[in-house]
Design a protein around this ligand. Structure first.
Ligand code: ADP
Ligand code: ZN
Ligand code: ZN
Length: 750
């Protein structure tokens, strides 16, 4: 029964998560007594034949659409907006800066459950804690039931209570054992929802209660970094904490966090990788008594919504999360930390393509709080921002404690005999290290058995039918798989072209190296860490545990090894093939290679044992490698920045990449030609439009791909052009026949 609309009735202007730039107008809902309704509340609205969740942007008096044609908001879901005015401003900024539809930006800020319109009341999870009996029990007494023993030890290692989510993250099969421990009265339900320690900390509200154990005594550089950030609490400022792996960055974070917590404020900590959250979480839980929330994509929707709401309502004080946690609302914001700020995973590569680092800086500015970026290998952009005084540099030049920095060496393999990518000299070094009962880490950034299957008779190569790419041999699984679209087929034995030739694997992947290692080091334990070997949940954790307990001699893996894991007994790191990183069409490649080398090196010799890094190369005089080795990452970065400046590349210019793909081979080109024409009418002197050109991988998953690069020495000019262009591009007639997306500040040009 439609209510008669009158001309004074308010219009609700809303954002909906659909890929169009415009907002949508609706008539106010029937239950008008909820007005005034504030921007940011979630609404349910009719949309086409379905209903959608919308976000209120503003209430206005006038719509360009005839009132008679407007539909009515069906329901208002929130009494108050879940985001603060400043966070709403952040979303508006992000939508403008990334030229991405506001509805999709809003949607990205909310966890899935809330996006779907679920209630914002926190679903409480059960928590468990040790009983007095359980605290006192020596876990050895449970040695006949190893599962119960390990659960008990887990609780004993975490003196506060543990939630269902925390237990699941540790081990999916915890329920049975916890039930048995409940029956034995070693564990009990934590009824208050807080561990005993937490209740104390809330009740006492004093300084001592926030931390559980004593912080380390900092060295002068650490202290200087802590003081610099703490002087800025309550104000905006960006700090780049540059320090090699093991220099004590995490300790610096924790000591600053302590001060922020004492001010009654919350801290948002962003990490690049899910696999790193448990390690950091453990260290934080051992240090702090406050409630800690975790958010990453492997958690259930309910768990993520709960973490989001607990931060929003101030029930948790620290949030550890990956990129998507950036927008989590904070009741009392105090500090944002981004660890490993150089890491490419902080850039979202699909849909709403934002840089979590750059948006974090803007968020810090809006919230008036400091932002702390940490890395052993800062991004060139960040170093440039130090140079132009936008960021303050804090430097930790040495490894903390007694650890000694690893020595980097190039191993010239020109004309040397190689066995599956291993030179004799390297194999000899490995034997020496293993003889001392120390561990070896081998890095090869290619998974699978071999990247190419070729016919020795006729030269036929196994190609993906849908991509411009070769199929990768996965010998163990008996398949050929495309690493770009995922398509796979059975591993064939006979050449489909000539039917007689011998099919030969070409090139090296981790699976192949693993097999030769097993022959060369028959009495040693070898573990392979890559996306294939760690697919099962918990398997990475198991491997890491085996490695740390010294049950493994040789660790072989891909870039997974470059990310934050600590292998204290590794004294020899070998990078099997640095050359493949030296030749790329992407100008970011040298930076990424240098970061990878330094990051992998950082895994070695953490403890008192000095580490050594050997890089096999056929380019022993390559300036990138020699600068990096002789003068370190910072000198390398300076050289690379000078080159970027010379070539007017970012950060000395600003880019946006328009990517297009379509089933039809011609359509992407036609569309981009139309865009170039449009742009020509509006572009000014400092902005270049490069293309259209075929994408480096011209066909992927059956779609033809083209791209157009906008580059400008003046950022405002580039954005002014995009402001005009994007709504017009959307309306081009060719736009309906292609899929296109804009990537502002692209980090790779693929
Ligand atoms: P990063 O985060 O830079 O890799 P961490 O904070 O993890 O460094 O510190 C590396 C190791 O050094 C850890 O075992 C840590 O406990 C120890 N450490 C950090 N700071 C100090 C210090 N001031 N004195 C002694 N040991 C320290
Ligand atoms: Zn053949
Ligand atoms: Zn493919």
């Amino acid at each position: 029964m439609a209510k008669l609309q009158n001309d004074n009735e308010l219009i609700f202007r809303v954002a909906i998560a659909v890929p169009v730039y415009r907002l949508f107008d609706y008539l106010a809902p029937d239950n008008i007594e909820m007005i005034p309704v504030k921007p940011g509340v979630r609404l349910e609205v009719p949309f086409g034949k379905t209903k959608k969740i919308a976000f209120l942007v503003e209430c206005v008096q006038h719509s360009n659409i005839d009132r008679g044609k407007l539909k009515r908001v069906e329901r208002i879901l929130d009494k108050k907006p879940l985001l603060s005015i400043k966070d709403l401003a952040l979303l508006h900024w992000a939508s403008r800066y990334y030229h991405h539809p506001l509805g999709e930006v809003f949607s990205a800020a909310f966890p899935v459950a809330l996006r779907q319109g679920k209630s914002s009341v926190i679903q409480t999870e059960k928590r468990y804690e040790l009983t007095v009996l359980g605290k006192a029990l020596d876990s050895e007494q449970l040695k006949r039931s190893p599962k119960q023993k390990s659960v008990l030890e887990m609780f004993q290692a975490h003196p506060s209570s543990l939630s269902e989510a925390e237990l699941s993250a540790w081990n999916q099969n915890w329920r049975g054992s916890v039930k048995q421990l409940l029956d034995k009265q070693l564990v009990q339900l934590d009824v208050a929802g807080f561990g005993i320690n937490r209740i104390l900390s809330v009740a006492e509200g004093n300084r001592a209660s926030i931390i559980r154990n004593n912080a380390l005594r900092c060295n002068p550089q650490q202290q200087a970094a802590i003081d610099a950030v703490c002087d800025r609490l309550g104000q905006f400022g960006v700090f780049l904490l540059e320090g090699v792996t093991g220099s004590g960055k995490t300790e610096v974070y924790m000591q600053i966090i302590r001060i922020v917590l004492e001010r009654g404020q919350q801290v948002l900590v962003l990490l690049p990788e899910i696999t790193l959250t448990p390690q950091l979480e453990d260290r934080f839980r051992q240090r702090f008594t406050v409630n800690i929330a975790i958010s990453h994509s492997k958690l259930t929707d309910r768990q993520r919504a709960s973490a989001w709401l607990k931060m929003q309502q101030g029930e948790c004080s620290i949030l550890l999360g990956t990129r998507s946690a950036l927008f989590t609302p904070l009741k009392n914001p105090g500090l944002i930390i981004l660890d490993e700020e150089h890491d490419a995973s902080f850039k979202q590569q699909e849909g709403f393509r934002f840089s979590a680092r750059d948006v974090a800086v803007v968020r810090g500015k809006l919230l008036n709080i400091p932002v702390l970026l940490g890395s052993a290998t800062p991004a060139l952009e960040s170093l440039h921002n130090v140079d132009n005084k936008r960021y303050s540099l804090l430097h930790l030049p040495e490894r903390a404690g007694n650890a000694i920095a690893p020595v980097l060496q190039l191993l010239d393999i020109r004309n040397k005999r190689m066995q599956e990518g291993l030179s004799e000299a390297l194999v000899a070094e490995m034997h020496k290290t293993l003889a001392k009962n120390e561990q070896v880490l081998l890095f090869l950034n290619r998974r699978g058995f071999a990247p190419t299957l070729i016919c020795h008779g006729c030269g036929w190569v196994a190609r993906c039918r849908r991509c411009d790419a070769n199929l990768v041999i996965h010998y163990d699984e008996g398949v050929l798989r495309c690493h770009h679209c995922g398509q796979e087929q059975r591993l064939i034995r006979q050449c489909p072209a000539c039917k007689t030739g011998e099919l030969t694997p070409l090139g090296l992947g981790t699976e192949r190296v693993e097999k030769v290692l097993a022959e060369l080091f028959a009495d040693k334990t070898i573990v392979r860490l890559d996306r294939d070997s760690t697919q099962r949940k918990g398997s990475l954790e198991n491997y890491l545990q085996q490695i740390n307990q010294g049950e493994v001699d040789i660790i072989l893996g891909t870039q997974m090894l470059a990310k934050g894991h600590h292998f204290p007994n590794v004294t020899l790191v070998a990078i099997m093939d640095v050359d493949s990183g030296l030749f790329s069409i992407d100008f970011h490649a040298p930076e990424k290679l240098a970061q990878m080398i330094v990051q992998v090196s950082g895994r070695a010799g953490r403890a008192e044992k000095p580490g050594r890094v050997i890089m096999q190369t056929r380019q022993p005089e390559h300036p990138l490698l020699t600068t990096l080795i002789k003068q370190g990452y910072n000198s390398f970065a300076r050289t690379a920045l000078a080159e970027r400046k010379e070539a007017s590349l970012p950060p000395f210019s600003y880019q946006a990449l328009l990517r297009v793909q379509a089933v039809d081979a011609e359509m992407p080109k036609l569309f981009l030609h139309a865009v170039v024409q449009l742009a020509g009418e509006h572009s000014k002197g400092h902005t270049q439009i490069l293309g259209p050109v075929a994408a480096p991988m011209a066909r992927r998953a059956g779609l033809y791909r083209y791209q157009l690069l906008f580059q400008s020495s003046k950022r405002p000019e580039l954005h002014a052009l995009l402001d005009i262009l994007m709504p017009k591009i959307e309306k081009l007639k060719q736009a309906k026949k292609v899929r296109w997306s804009l990537d502002v500040d692209p980090v790779d040009l693929y």
